[in-house]
Design a protein around this ligand. Structure first.
Ligand code: HEM
Length: 400
């Protein structure tokens, strides 16, 4: 247990965040479920994390749990915001909120966006080919593509996307593994207030002039009493930001993997039909969302470890993707491996609502990038963002 505790401490440092994978292996050495003191356990095993995610007796952090564990939490605006969203709600509220958003994210609705996403990706990538010189892939493609798509779906003016970027990044600080740093929480709180104000204003405009978009649909649901007020605003903020950094980081992490492996870059360029398998392998090997958590709603046991009611269970999704009991040669990039789903989009009731959308964007963007930029290569050392829970690059210089 001592080394597992030391590994957790290492993950709280900048070095640990830069390359968390050796520390995840130290956690794994303590077992697929490692009890780390009273009331806390860390899961690195695939089967065990999958079980927790699918078992409703393990609950997401919600207002009830927070009231018990952290009585002052209501002073933190960004945690209040989260506690009103589906991400931090359990049934029956979770079920209601998920249904309200679900119809816009079904595989069929998302597949209908194929032509729009293709056009957007081309629009962003073609100027890189024309410029020739070095550009930052994160700025030019990885960020604007997912944001423009979600803005179109929700009915948010795409012209505001540069205003959203720092705010969305700050807001996700509220979800970080070791969240609690007062300065970081203050940034998350300011972002949550500003984004809420933004949506209140936009909702008023859509109320006057409804459009063919999700905000107008949700306002109609509000009229039927299914969602309204602060809950509706929080719901919209979640839908806007949940797909930003995550999909941005899938594109960045994925391209970095290809640039490091020229043989795979050439293979995917030659055969774009491999795109889906490549994206799944990128998601497994370096997932944008590294961890999530649950707490035990009742006394129980997992892999022989007692988990009394209230125990917080940290699920290291990124480690489950490298569980040698599930994936052979787990640290290798092998897109031909049998199609075993990773847990990079979660599982069970809270399985990522935007997974079909994120997959579509990445599956279309990579082949377009490789086709339009036949001489694509790295133009310098990429820099990582100093984050643990949300893993991605700050800059990824490329040249066409
Ligand atoms: C590669 C990109 C993405 C990754 C890796 C990702 C990852 C995840 C994960 C791991 C969860 C489950 C969290 C948990 O169970 O505690 C989740 C939930 C969620 N994701 Fe994503 N996500 C991505 C893109 C998106 C997009 C594009 C959207 C679009 C709106 C989105 C919306 C959501 C929402 C609303 C939830 C909460 C679902 C619920 O609580 O029922 N995500 N995501």
């Amino acid at each position: 247990m001592q080394d597992a505790l030391a590994a957790m401490q290492a993950l709280a440092t900048a070095e640990g965040r830069a390359d968390p994978y050796p520390h995840y292996e130290r956690l794994r050495a303590a077992g697929p479920v490692a009890p780390l003191g009273e009331g806390f356990a860390v899961v690195t095993g695939y089967a065990e994390a999958d079980q927790v995610l699918r078992d409703a007796s393990f609950r997401v952090t919600d207002a009830v749990a927070l009231d018990r564990a952290m009585p002052g939490w209501r002073t933190v605006a960004s945690w209040q915001w989260l506690s009103r969203t589906m991400l931090w709600r359990n049934a029956p509220d979770h079920t209601r909120l998920r249904r309200l958003a679900g119809s816009a994210f079904t595989a069929r609705r998302v597949a209908a966006l194929r032509a729009d996403v293709t056009a957007l990706a081309e629009e962003l990538i073609e100027p890189i080919a024309a410029a020739g010189g070095p550009v930052d892939f994160m700025d030019e493609v990885a960020y604007p593509l997912p944001v423009s798509v979600i803005c179109a779906l929700l009915g948010v003016p795409v012209a505001d996307r540069d205003w959203f970027r720092p705010r969305a990044q700050d807001l996700t600080l509220a979800l970080e593994v070791f969240a609690g740093d007062p300065q970081e929480l203050a940034r998350a709180d300011a972002a949550s207030d500003e984004l809420a104000e933004y949506f209140v204003d936009l909702m008023a405009r859509r109320q006057r002039e409804p459009g063919d978009d999700m905000i107008s649909d949700l306002l109609a649901a509000g009229a039927e009493g299914r969602i309204r007020g602060a809950e509706l605003v929080s719901h919209l903020v979640l839908l806007l930001v949940a797909g930003f950094e995550t999909t941005t980081n899938l594109l960045g992490n994925g391209l970095a993997m290809l640039l490091d492996r020229p043989e795979h870059l050439a293979r995917l360029r030659a055969d774009p039909a491999l795109s889906a398998a490549y994206i799944e392998e990128m998601l497994r090997l370096d997932p944008p969302v590294q961890v999530t958590s649950r707490y035990a709603g009742q006394d129980g046991e997992l892999a022989g470890v007692a988990l009394p009611a209230g125990t917080e269970v940290l699920l290291v999704l990124a480690a489950t993707g490298r569980d040698p009991r599930r994936f052979a040669a787990p640290a290798d990039f092998l897109p031909d491996r049998p199609a075993v789903p990773s847990l990079s989009f979660g599982a069970g009731a809270h399985y990522c609502l935007g997974a079909p959308l994120a997959r579509l964007e990445a599956q279309l963007a990579f082949p377009i990038l490789l086709e339009k930029l036949p001489h694509l290569r790295s133009a310098g050392v990429p820099t990582r963002r100093d984050r643990l829970g949300f893993r991605g690059y700050a800059t990824l210089p490329i040249t066409a």
